[in-house]
Structures are given as C-alpha cells and as structure tokens.
Design a protein around this ligand. Structure first.
Ligand code: EPZ
Length: 423
C-alpha cells in the first residue's frame, strides 16, 4: 500500500485544475442501466471509485471505455441483475444500481453495504422509498432482494434528507407508471446533475435542484451524453489547503470549479481572513496572515458539507483561538482527530462536536489514513507541519482525489508517493 511523504512548511502558490465530481459520476454511471445504447460521460474523473463502479456494471454486462476523462458506456446488453458483496463492500454507492434494476427489469439482488470507517451507514430510506413505489423487498442474509412487475408512482417524504436514497428513488420513479412526488429530496449538485441527465434521457421531472420533485413516469428512456459537473469537495479541499499553507502574499487559483456550489465554504474562508476573488469557473484565494478561529456546523446542501468537516478541522488546528466544529450529518466522523493529535493538534471530541484549540505549530509524524476525507485532512496538516509527515494507506485518497500529489506538487508542495510495501 502506498504512502505519501510530505516535507511541510512550503507555501502553496499557483494554479490547480479541478476534476469532475466523483459523487456525480457515481450516480450517472448506474443511470445508464435505465436505457439500452451508448452514452458519453465527459469530465469523468480518473479515480478508484469510478473503476469500482465500472467493474460492478461490467459484471452486469455493460461495457466501459475510459480514455482521458471521457467515459464511453455501452449499455446495450444487461445480463445480470445483482450487485454481490465483493463489489458492494468496496463502495457503498454500489447500491445505486438497485433503483434502475427494479425499474427496468423488475428484479434486483443487491448486497447490503457494510458500515464504513466511521460507523453504520443505513439504507432504510432507499428500501422504504422503493417499497412505496410498489417494489416487494426482502432483506435477508446480507442481501436486498427486490422485485416488481411495474413500479407505480407514489408520494414519498424522506424523514432525513439523503443523497443516495433520493438518487435511487428518482432513478426508479422515472419508469414507474403514474406520478411520483418526492418531498425532502436531497438538493446536492450531484443529485441535480442526475436529474438533468435523466431529463436528457427522456424522463419527465419537475423541480430538479429543489427538495420537492414531481416525476411523471414514462414507458421507456433513451441514452444521452453529459459533461460531469466539477468536484466541489476537491475544489474546497484545495481552497482550505491554500488558506492553511498558502504562501503569504501570493495566491492559489482553483480552476474548472463552480463557485456557486461552494458558497458555504468560501464564506467561512472569508471569515477566517482569506481574501477570495471569483470568476465564472475559478476562485482565487489569498491566504490570511493569521487564521481566525471560525465555528462550523455541517448540514445538507447548501450548508457546509460534511465532506469538508475533516479538512476544516485541519485548518482550525492552526487557528488563533478556539473553534467548535459540529457534524450534524454523521455523528462519529472523527477518525482523523487522533491522527491530527499525533501532529500536535489540540482537539477534544464530545459526541458529534469537536472543540479545536489552535496551536502555534504542528510537527511532522507518521499518520494513518482511515477514510477518504480524513486522509485529505492529514495531507493538509502535513503540509502545514514542520518537518516530515508520512501519511500511510493513501489508497483511501485515490478513491476520491485524482492525482492529488501531482496537483499539490504543481502548487509547490514537497510531497511524494512511495509505492508498495506493507506500511
Ligand atoms: C453521499 O453519501 C456521499 N457519497 C457522501 O460522500 C456524503 O458524505 C453524503 O452523501 C452526505 O452528503 C456519494 O454521493 C457517493 P446520505 P450517502 O444518504 O448518499 C442517513 C465522500 O466523501 N441515512 O445523504 O450515503 C445517513 O446515515 C462521501 O465522497 C439514513 O439514515 O449519504 C446520514 O446520517 C462520504 N438512511 C444521512 O442520512 C438511509 O437510508 C445522510 O446520508 C440513508 C441515509
């Protein structure tokens, strides 16, 4: 397993280009199960999770070709209707095949996703939503077994706003008979992108981008092409890195992003004292001379994303003063905290609240990645620490950040990947 070796203290400056959104691609790819034929998904990022999703869908008979950042999909022949544990255990988003399979083929056998590094990840909202649409679903021996002659439109109100459940139910409802109304639907840009893709495929959906969706089921859909939106979490990660370790007096320019998807994070970065300028598809950040302590509470879109909570704590670790970071989406997503403490951070956790007492300096050490965003926060802290930091098991990072070390090297960071060995 690879590790990163970082020599901290180098000021970041220059330009970085953002890749396509992982969490959009992971919804768009299974949507191709809904109609036979060829699709082109432009700006698809080159990530482990994309490979995992491709392999799962290939096991069902679809064909994929990923050249540069264009993903060509051949969905002419779907021959298998299940997602076995060997695939699902690698990536929870595999459950996105459930809705399309039941809607188009009337049956599916999908492994329950396990938990993840930071705790249980229930799928009750996915199951309840599909049951409302008329699917018969049994959960036994670690599998979800679903069948339906023809799904029927229904009124669905999600108790909790769920990205995945909204995606699954949308992909099922577009082929159901009659009208489906979804209230408390997730409004994340990745779900909006899925809605726009389904409409391009011939689906009839009103309210895309909001939390009230009205879907008129159709008898069949057709293939479509789409350009994937930029990855707002990758962009926000680089902006936080710039605020933390940007060369004072210089700027970091984050290109090929969508500033409108980032306002919760950029507003907080301005509160920290960073100076930001905005273009149609770029943001330039001038780091603050000293980092102000700024509290954050994560929430559903368009609030502060839970996927930026770990990176924010890394920034606050070097702030002047004490900040409080509360995660209202996942109550135990703090695996990065003990690792940050090894670098000298001073953080206490009580339930879903982290209190971060800023320290004057962080000192390099060896730390362990546990999950995708926790690993990102360790990289950021390593860049800010004095001396050398080794971040182990960077395969977690490779799931969601395309060539992160190359992009950071392009900004002047001293970071290198050391391949192999059992670290
Ligand atoms: C998506 O996960 C993202 N993954 C996650 O990003 C992200 O953290 C999460 O949304 C929240 O924004 C992808 O899009 C592939 P949810 P998802 O269903 O869909 C509870 C990353 O780092 N819930 O919106 O699984 C759940 O426990 C990943 O890129 C239920 O209770 O998240 C959580 O508290 C990590 N029952 C809340 O809803 C359900 O059936 C939000 O989860 C489903 C969810």
């Amino acid at each position: 397993m690879d590790k990163f070796v970082i020599r901290g203290g180098k000021g970041l400056r220059g330009t970085v280009q953002i890749s396509g959104a992982k969490n959009a691609s992971l919804a768009l790819m299974p949507a191709t199960l809904l109609a036979p034929g060829s699709y082109t998904l432009q700006n698809t990022p080159q990530l482990r999770d994309i490979i995992t999703m491709s392999r799962l869908l290939e096991s069902m008979g679809l064909g994929f070709k990923h050249s540069d950042h264009t993903l060509s999909v051949d969905a002419s022949h779907v021959t298998k209707f299940e997602a076995p544990y060997e695939h699902v255990k690698k990536m929870r988003a595999s459950i996105y095949v459930l809705g399309p399979l039941v809607a188009r083929y009337g049956h599916a056998l999908v492994s329950l996703p396990g938990g993840c590094a930071w705790g249980p990840r229930p799928v009750n909202l996915h199951i309840e939503g599909l049951r409302k649409l008329g699917a018969e679903i049994e959960v036994e021996a670690g599998y979800i077994r679903a069948k339906a002659s023809r799904l029927k439109g229904a009124r669905i109100v999600f108790d909790v706003s769920s990205v995945g459940a909204t995606g699954n139910v949308m992909m099922a409802a577009v082929l159901a008979k009659g009208t489906t109304v979804i209230d408390n639907a997730a409004m994340e840009p990745e779900i909006t992108a899925l809605g726009e893709f389904l409409i391009k495929m011939g689906a009839k959906i009103e309210g895309v981008g909001g939390n009230h969706l009205v879907i008129e089921g159709v008898d069949e859909l057709h293939p479509a092409d789409i350009t994937t939106i930029p990855d707002r979490i990758e962009a926000a990660t680089f902006l936080v890195a710039a605020a933390l370790t940007g060369e004072r007096g210089a700027t970091v320019r984050v290109e090929r992003c969508n500033p409108n998807h980032l306002s919760a994070v950029t507003t907080k970065l301005e509160d920290v004292g960073a100076r930001l300028t905005y273009g149609p598809d770029f943001i330039e950040l001038q780091p603050p001379n000293s980092i102000r302590a700024v509290n954050v509470t994560t929430s559903i879109y368009s609030g502060f994303p839970t996927d930026m909570q770990a990176q924010w704590i890394a920034l606050m670790a070097r702030a002047e003063g004490t900040s409080v970071v509360t995660d209202t989406i996942y109550f135990d997503r703090f695996m990065h905290v003990p690792e940050l403490a090894r670098l000298g951070a001073n953080i206490t956790i009580k339930e879903n609240i982290a209190t971060v007492m800023g320290v004057k300096k962080l000192t390099g050490a060896t730390v362990m990645s546990t999950d995708l965003r926790a690993s990102a926060s360790l990289i950021l802290a390593g860049l800010a620490a004095e001396g050398t930091t080794e971040v182990l098991r960077v395969y977690h990072l490779d799931r969601g950040y395309e060539s992160i070390e190359k992009k950071l090297q392009g900004l002047g960071a001293d970071i290198r990947r050391v391949a192999g060995e059992e670290f």
